[in-house]
Design a protein around this ligand. Structure first.
Ligand code: PHE
Length: 359
């Protein structure tokens, strides 16, 4: 049963067959559809699906109309036929044009301006302080140092006592140190790893020790309560003050540039004797004096000194046989000096607009 001749199908308005007006209306609708759908096709597959729907040999809707021209009264065929051929030609031209665009990679879709520049992809990078740590350790690696680590939670003995710092020394004060429990604290410097290294190994020792340290300091332009340090320790027979100065001056030249000058100012630390503050000629102004070096031409980069004999005694080394030197620097301060950063908080606020400048 096809229903033919029952008069119930909507496609057959008259006994003659199809009405010319219906075909003209259908062709106009198909032309509009072609003009909208074809340029919006986003992929070659989508375009092919539209082609099959409109012009496919078996199911194509324009094809179907062309096939039915013969059902029209002879006088109406030329006009409708011409229109059908025009719509077919227009759709074919649109299909070809869109196929060429897609092949060329052009993807302009109605309603979107694809000529706008793309959004830059978010590329991660190491934090500027981490970059400084990696570079400093790489320079010392080239000078023969091994990189080691130690715990951030320490005992008073490692953090103070073994480093010749009595617990009534101001540095050990409850006000300056974060205590976790009785006798256990967040290390206030990386120097306890000197002790751990000397207890675990015999000389010769050449190590650098990057890591976090904690002090009960205000969070202001030049202090942070949590900050990185890089410790250094060298112990061997016959290490002199010259052996102490030369590698640090060489480090300064390799890190800040070949013309960097170094100076050692007398200082005091309980675990070194003699002690020094090490300055480098200001990497920003070259020593002429600028805002970052406060007009002095120099920038302090580390505390250092020859290891105190009492420290050797605390780890069971014979101070008559061994000598050595140690240093401790703050990579955040070095990053500030190097890049002219005026406030240490910028390094610890995790503001991507600031940090991405160093990516
Ligand atoms: N530990 C010292 C500080 O934090 C720095 C230092 C390290 C000084 C090693 C001398 C030798 O200030």
């Amino acid at each position: 049963m096809s229903g033919e001749g029952q008069g119930s199908g909507p496609a057959r308005p008259s006994a003659e067959g199809v009405a010319a007006a219906d075909l003209i209306r259908a062709l106009a609708a198909l032309e509009r559809e072609a003009e909208e759908a074809i340029p919006a096709a986003a992929t070659p597959d989508e375009l092919e699906a539209i082609r099959v729907r409109l012009l496919g040999r078996r199911e194509g809707r324009i094809t179907a109309i062309l096939r039915r021209l013969g059902e029209l009264p002879p006088g109406e065929r030329p006009a409708v036929g011409a229109l059908a051929n025009r719509v077919k030609a227009a759709a074919t031209a649109l299909l070809e044009a869109r196929a060429a665009e897609l092949a060329a990679g052009a993807r302009e879709v109605a309603g979107e301006d694809l000529t706008l520049p793309g959004r830059a992809r978010w590329i991660g990078a190491a934090h500027p302080v981490t970059q400084v740590i990696e570079e400093v350790c790489a320079v010392f690696r080239a000078l023969g140092f091994t990189r080691v680590r130690g715990p951030e939670a320490e005992t008073e003995w490692y953090n103070f006592v073994a480093l010749n710092t009595p617990l009534d020394h101001p540095a050990a004060d409850m006000q300056d140190t974060f205590y976790l429990a009785d006798g256990i604290l967040l290390r206030s410097h990386t120097s306890p790893v000197q002790i751990r290294t000397m207890l675990a190994h015999r000389p010769p020792i050449r190590v650098v020790v990057p890591g976090m340290c904690y002090r009960r300091d205000p969070f202001d332009a030049s202090h942070a309560p949590a900050f990185e340090q890089i410790e250094g320790l060298v112990v061997d027979e016959g290490i002199t003050f010259v052996d102490f100065k030369a590698p640090l001056a060489e480090f300064a030249r390799r890190f800040f540039g070949p013309r960097t000058a170094t100076r050692f100012r007398p200082s005091y630390f309980p675990f070194t004797e003699p002690s020094a503050e090490v300055d480098v000629s200001c990497p920003l102004c070259g020593g002429a004096g600028c805002r970052t070096c406060k007009g002095t031409g120099w920038m302090e980069i580390m505390g250092a000194g020859m290891v105190h004999p009492a420290v050797f005694e605390n780890v069971g080394y014979d101070p008559e046989r061994y000598t050595g030197f140690a240093f401790g620097m703050g990579p955040a301060r070095i990053a500030m000096a190097r890049y002219g950063i005026p406030d240490i908080r910028l390094l610890y606020e995790a503001d991507a607009r600031f940090l991405e400048q160093f990516a």
